[in-house]
Design a protein. Structure first.
Length: 127
């Protein structure tokens, strides 16, 4: 199985609802989004998917979040869906899954809020 990873960054503002502490106040981050996809079959060029094509797909999703107030955007404007790193990772995972060519699978999305902290989401397969 091959696995590719691409990284994109976006800047946005958010606040955490039902949170006791400073992060309940409006503030911003430059988030780093690390996306990994997998697959078995390489094309005639020896690629699972061109990094450029993958970066374009991830860029489309991340572009919708860039320079926004995340709490106002779907699905974070819904009750109990705070724009945490965990929920961002899940949101990006399923958005990208819907855009991927059928022979590729989503492995993992990691969202870094700063160089020190990150959350990841993946669909674990039960053996
Ligand atoms: N599990 C999570 N915990 C926290 C999240 C999150 O998304 N998932 N988010 C926050 C806030 O967004 C906050 O802005 C980041 O918190 P923190 O790392 O404490 O922020 P600092 O950059 O100020 O860190 P320092 O090390 O204190 O400088 C909180 N928790
Ligand atoms: Zn924050």
């Amino acid at each position: 199985m091959y696995r590719l990873t691409v990284i994109k960054r976006f800047a946005a503002a958010h606040r955490l609802v039902n949170y006791q502490g400073q992060c309940a106040r409006l503030h911003g981050h430059t988030w780093t989004v690390e996306v990994s996809v997998g697959g078995e079959k390489l094309d005639s060029c020896g690629m699972l998917i061109d990094f450029r094509a993958l970066k374009e797909l991830v860029g489309k999703i991340v572009g919708e979040l860039d320079h926004s107030y995340l709490n106002d955007l779907h699905p974070f404007n819904e009750l109990n869906f705070n724009p945490t790193a965990e929920n961002l990772a899940r949101h990006i995972f399923y958005k990208l899954k819907s855009l991927l060519p059928p022979d590729l699978t989503m492995s993992e999305v990691r969202v870094w809020e700063s160089p020190d902290v990150c959350a990841s989401y993946r669909e674990d397969v039960i053996p």
